[in-house]
Design a protein around this ligand. Structure first.
Ligand code: DC
Length: 236
């Protein structure tokens, strides 16, 4: 019996899901795909074309025709992958405060979601993938072999973001980061379509007091358990 081929990891902003997902994919030799990047790429394209992010029609049309490519590697500047839209490298631009401010709104539009979800399903169709996002286990890949939902308190996640920014040699205000984190959680949770909730069959991992290594060990245990269960079911 082979390893679970499709692994869905969902969780809130800064829950650690991206780092964990990337490391897990590396260990398994799987493709790592962070779906948040796609919503960010559309938002960046909207802003760079001076489109009003509140214009649902125009934003949706753009999402339906925009070519988003995510390639492994690229320049050695700390990136996990390279994001391109229409051939332009926007890997760092999609992390800007402007994109942060509008990505939740843009990702709430049904046609934007439908366009991106269709692409995500195509990318996952060949298996051997760790796909990370908010609705992977519930909407994008409800048949995933293993579903994980990572959770951490807003304080812990704000602390992580704060240290991340300081490490880059930039200034940061902890209280401001915490406020923004709570605001985005609220928006993501209350989104009328694809709200961020764990799938009923997801394994929930609380990461507040867990190191990256401990989370990875836990995931590897889950993968072995999944494999063993598959073997038992196959013999029946
Ligand atoms: O994971 P992230 O912070 O890069 O996600 C950016 C935004 O995209 C976030 O506001 C939620 C949204 N998103 C989504 O709605 N569905 C996903 N599968 C991934 C991200």
């Amino acid at each position: 019996m082979s390893k679970p081929s499709t692994i869905a990891i969902d969780g809130s902003a800064a829950s650690g899901k991206s780092t964990v997902g990337a490391r897990l994919a590396q260990r398994l030799g799987y493709l790592y795909f962070d779906t948040g990047v796609m919503y960010r790429a559309v938002t960046w394209a909207v802003l760079s074309r001076k489109i009003n992010p509140e214009n649902v029609e125009v934003v949706s049309e753009l999402a339906e025709k925009l070519l988003i490519e995510v390639k492994p590697n690229g320049p050695q500047d700390g990136r996990l992958y390279t994001v391109l839209t229409d051939g332009q490298d926007i890997t760092w631009q999609i992390r800007s405060p402007e994109v942060e401010a509008y990505v939740s709104l843009v990702s709430s539009y049904p046609r934007v979601r439908a366009a991106l979800i269709a692409q995500q399903r195509r990318i996952a169709a060949s298996g051997s993938i760790v796909m990370v996002g908010r609705d992977i286990g519930t909407v994008v890949l409800p048949e995933a072999d293993l579903k994980v939902f990572m959770h951490a308190s807003a304080e812990e996640r704000a602390r992580r973001r704060y240290h991340e920014i300081l490490t880059q040699g930039k200034q940061a205000d902890f209280e401001e980061i915490l406020k923004a984190m709570r605001e985005r959680d609220k928006q993501d949770r209350e989104k009328p379509i694809s709200p961020m909730v764990p799938a009923s069959d997801a394994v929930i991992i609380e990461t507040d007091n867990l190191s990256l290594e401990s989370v990875l060990t836990r995931l590897e245990q889950l993968i072995v358990a999944e494999q063993t269960m598959g073997q038992v079911e196959n013999k029946r």
